[in-house]
Design a protein. Structure first.
Length: 370
């Protein structure tokens, strides 16, 4: 400090801070050897607070307004300095002006992807980013916990720590929420509100308050987004056969409207061959007439061609023709309770349920007792 500045500081008895920046959170008022005159005027503007520090200890805090510095309105500083009977001479104290307005548009985002297990896509990597708004709610605690003795403290010095805190809590919250990836976009408001309440107590430990926090976007890896785009496109196209017919009709109509020229003729021939080939495939497919009656089921196999399988003692035997089955029934090797199966049946059924063998089973002897 020059001699003129020193002399001027001894004459000036107004302590104030006119903030012309957008990122300054704390500014220390400059005074030669921190001397302040008794009765000096302290001017604290809107969205400001003035914190007096004596010998490293935080003393008095002033809110907005004009204050005359005397022993009456400096009770803590008077106690710290042991001014039992008041004072009239200059006293020493550091004055820190704290900006208490909202610092907006502070950005946060995940540096590395958050790996989650999605019920539809399996393990996926997600990135997210957003903004938040913070302000100093406790000037004394903010100076004690973060600022220290710095003469000027800007928002960038604390923003990185706050970003890391938000990302950590957000990653944990996203994993616990178990919200499907495709439903996350519909939950941004709920995620933002929950995250704000989650980190608010931790901000308060630094004397800060988070007034708003927004989750703006949650993105998937490019390859997953590409797969989703393809899936969406197929959903829009719908039935592929109908889409091919529609494309074929459009191509044929366009060729018919531009018949002239050799180039057009060549293009028309190429389109014609392609469309003829495609239309041939489409027309070859069986077309059901409108309001057609239901098709009858296929005719049953001739009994002579039908083959039977027999299940006994957990083992399968066969195939046998009808005559062989009748012979076994007459011998008593196949009874009504024996499991059998033939082509066209859904499952195994007892022989007594086969109509073609009903008469044989009635005349066949029962199985010999064991």
């Amino acid at each position: 400090m020059t001699l003129w500045e020193k002399a001027k500081a001894e004459l000036v008895d107004i302590i104030e801070w006119t903030d012309d920046s957008t990122d300054t959170m704390v500014w220390r008022f400059p005074r030669f050897e921190n001397e302040i005159k008794y009765g000096a005027q302290l001017i604290v503007r809107q969205s400001q607070a003035a914190v007096f520090v004596n010998a490293g200890e935080i003393a008095d805090v002033f809110t907005s307004g004009q204050h005359q510095l005397t022993t009456k309105n400096l009770p803590l500083l008077t106690t710290l300095a042991s001014w039992k009977y008041g004072f009239q001479s200059p006293f020493k104290a550091e004055v820190y002006f704290v900006n208490t307005r909202n610092f907006t548009n502070l950005k946060w985002g995940t540096k590395n992807p958050v790996i989650l297990r999605d019920p539809e896509f399996g393990p996926v990597r997600l990135r997210s980013f957003g903004t938040f708004v913070a302000r100093v709610s406790d000037p004394a605690k903010f100076i004690k916990e973060l600022v220290g003795t710095e003469g000027r403290f800007i928002v960038e010095e604390v923003a990185e720590q706050l970003k890391n805190l938000i990302v950590t809590r957000f990653s944990d919250m996203l994993g616990e929420s178990k919200i499907p990836v495709l439903d996350l976009a519909a939950s941004y408001n709920e995620l933002s509100a929950y995250l704000t309440g989650k980190i608010a107590p931790e901000f308060l430990e630094y004397g800060l308050e988070v007034t708003k926090l927004l989750v703006e976007n949650i993105t998937l890896p490019p390859e997953v987004e590409e797969a989703l785009d393809k899936k969406s496109s197929m959903g829009i196209i719908g039935n592929l056969d109908n889409f091919v017919r529609f494309q074929s009709a459009n191509a044929m109509e366009a060729a018919a409207k531009n018949p002239g020229g050799e180039a057009s003729a060549g293009v028309g021939m190429g389109i014609g061959f392609a469309m003829a080939n495609q239309m041939g495939k489409v027309m070859a497919a069986p077309q059901e007439p409108l309001h057609a009656a239901p098709s009858p089921p296929p005719l049953p196999l001739e009994e002579a061609d039908c083959k039977y399988y027999v299940g006994k003692n957990g083992k399968q035997a066969g195939p046998f023709d009808k005559d062989a089955i009748i012979a076994y029934m007459r011998k008593g090797a196949i009874t009504k309770e024996t499991l059998m199966w033939k082509q066209g049946m859904e499952g195994w059924t007892m022989a007594g349920h086969f109509n073609e063998f009903e008469a044989v089973l009635k005349t066949a002897p029962p199985p010999l007792p064991k």
